[in-house]
Design a protein. Structure first.
Length: 79
């Protein structure tokens, strides 16, 4: 059983988030640091299943990649 299979179904999904006063964005109750220089700005996060990350885009320009948190990273037995 692959506990990370959900990521494949959402590959390429774009999420729009506002960078908070600490330079972070929230996705699925997890916080990711983007940049303190982008406080108050809207960024787009693009899920990438092949790289297990989110690409951060500002005005369609790539800024950085954020590794996804909470992934198991291996197959588990059904039990």
């Amino acid at each position: 059983m692959d506990p990370d299979a959900w990521l494949r179904t959402l590959d390429g999904l774009h999420l729009e988030r506002k960078v908070d006063r600490n330079g972070k964005v929230s996705v699925d109750l997890k916080r990711y640091y983007v940049s303190s220089q982008l406080v108050g700005r809207q960024v787009v996060l693009q899920l990438d299943a092949d790289e297990d990350c989110m690409h951060v885009l500002l005005e369609q320009q790539p800024l950085k990649d954020l590794p996804l948190r909470g992934l198991v990273g291996k197959l588990l037995s059904y039990e």
